[in-house]
Design a protein around this ligand. Structure first.
Ligand SMILES: [Zn+2]
Length: 159
């Protein structure tokens, strides 16, 4: 391990950080979500750049603490977590692979921004769905119900 060397081991750090889970959606990593923008080195310091999802989303503080704690645990002590607000995060940054994971977890993935297409039930794929509440289990989700299989489900709102 090069933790005491002059330059932090960037590839290992990037690998470690990209495995950190989103606190609200534990099947997704912050890399899946597109929240993790960059892991770089400035002198002896490791700089992790993240872009917050929803403004004021309380999960961001948890993610920041997680990054710091995980890297410290792996031997990186000189760590800075930087918030990059521009360009603003959008659900379009969520990778295809991550959308499939969301659906398998029972959350309907966000539509492409600007799309007005139907929302598929993650259980039976029916598009015969209705919105029950604009606010689901967290602020970034809405609660839907499938009118075919009658299962309620969370829809990850697009922004
Ligand atoms: Zn259904």
């Amino acid at each position: 391990m090069a933790t005491n060397g002059p330059t932090p081991d960037i590839d290992r750090a990037r690998d470690i950080v990209s495995r950190i889970k989103d606190p609200e959606i534990p099947v997704l990593t912050i890399a899946d979500l597109g929240v993790l923008r960059d892991v770089g080195v400035e002198g002896h310091r490791l700089v992790v750049t993240i872009t917050p999802t929803y403004t004021g989303c309380p999960a961001m503080k948890a993610i920041e603490d997680d990054i710091r704690a995980t890297l410290h645990g792996a031997g990186y002590h000189n760590v800075e977590v930087r918030m990059q607000l521009s360009p603003a995060w959008t659900t379009d940054w969520i990778e295809e692979r991550a959308r499939r994971k969301l659906e398998a977890y029972g959350i309907a993935p966000p539509r492409p921004v600007g799309s007005r297409g139907p929302i598929h039930c993650p259980q039976c794929r029916s598009t015969n769905t209705e919105c029950i509440s604009e606010f689901g289990s967290t602020a970034c989700k809405a609660l839907y119900r499938c009118l075919d299989c009658l299962e309620p489900f969370d829809y990850f709102k697009c922004i």
